[in-house]
Design a protein around this ligand. Structure first.
Ligand code: ATR
Length: 272
């Protein structure tokens, strides 16, 4: 039995053991997958212990993704650009490779809900770690990105960081109303979680606009409620992104692709 785990703090709420358990059942892979709580200042020790006990791969969630990046012996290009690692792979030579599958999870879910991204305009709201991890995969899929953020300087530095990879620029929130009617608007801020909401002009939502919230909940998320009231054509929450990033991790570890829609249906059921 190959041993996997997810590290976080908190971790009790994590759906990853369920998701990977379901993937393993679907594909007949002999793995175990546990959730491991690490103290905020003791992630390196917890991880080292896991490798010592024979672990061969791990997921990493908040607040340890940057530390996982630093602890990796080698990094995928995407992990380097993201500055964060959510997937660790123990290589045969004992070295640990860090990757980031969040962006791939987002892109596959966006395409599943809204169709191809090639040539579509995307407004990415937020410029934190979650936004950064998704920019390169969105550009690779052919999207044109505008980033806006409460702290405009952070949106600007992200746009500069990814300038070589495609069409990406920063727009101040106050100037958003001038660029009405994006194809897709993505919320990557943690604002919706707190119940508060970043003040966006409803003119960014046109009749053709699809909205995506990277967070998810049993009820409609705050951002998606707002988007629907503003007239969005379709909205989706981040449950599919969660399952999608897990599927990409599973693929990196096991070289087989599970059917995400099967797992997602079960997970949605569990949530309600
Ligand atoms: P994550 O890894 O989830 O992206 P993060 O790196 O802390 O977390 O980034 C949080 C994002 O949510 C940032 O874009 C942040 O805006 P600032 O850069 O201006 O801080 C945004 N955010 C958090 N709370 C917010 C709020 N109440 N209103 C608007 N934006 C908020």
């Amino acid at each position: 039995t190959a041993k996997y785990a997810v590290f976080g703090n908190p971790i009790a709420q994590s759906k990853s053991p369920f998701i990977h358990g379901d993937f393993a059942k679907q594909t007949g892979q002999d793995i175990s997958y546990q959730a491991i709580f690490a103290e905020v200042d003791a992630f390196p020790e917890a991880l080292a212990e896991f490798w010592q006990q024979g672990g061969v791969g791990a997921n990493v969630t908040a607040p340890f993704k940057q530390q996982a990046f630093e602890l990796s012996d080698e990094l995928s290009e995407l992990a380097k650009l993201s500055g964060a690692v959510n997937t660790l792979i123990r290589l045969d030579n004992g070295r640990v490779r860090g990757d980031n599958t969040d962006g791939v999870g987002l892109v596959t879910d966006l395409e599943a809900h809204f169709g191809e991204l090639n040539g579509r305009s995307v407004l990415l709201v937020g410029a934190g770690g979650a936004a950064r991890g998704c920019i390169k995969p969105l550009l690779d899929a052919g999207a044109q990105i505008v980033i806006c953020n409460r702290t405009h300087a952070k949106a600007q530095s992200l746009a500069e960081l990814f300038a070589d990879y495609g069409e990406v620029k920063a727009v101040a929130i106050d100037d958003l109303a001038d660029n009405a009617g994006y194809d897709i608007v993505i919320n990557s801020t943690s604002a919706g979680l707190a119940g508060g909401l970043i003040a966006l002009p409803s003119s960014i939502i046109g009749k053709q606009t699809h909205c995506y919230d990277m967070t998810y909940s049993a009820e409609q998320t705050v951002f998606n409620q707002w988007a629907q009231q503003a007239g969005a054509k379709k909205v989706a929450d981040g449950l599919g992104m969660l399952v999608g990033q897990a599927a990409q991790s599973f693929y990196l570890w096991r070289a087989v692709k599970p059917d995400v829609s099967v797992t997602m249906a079960k997970l949605r059921e569990l949530l309600s």
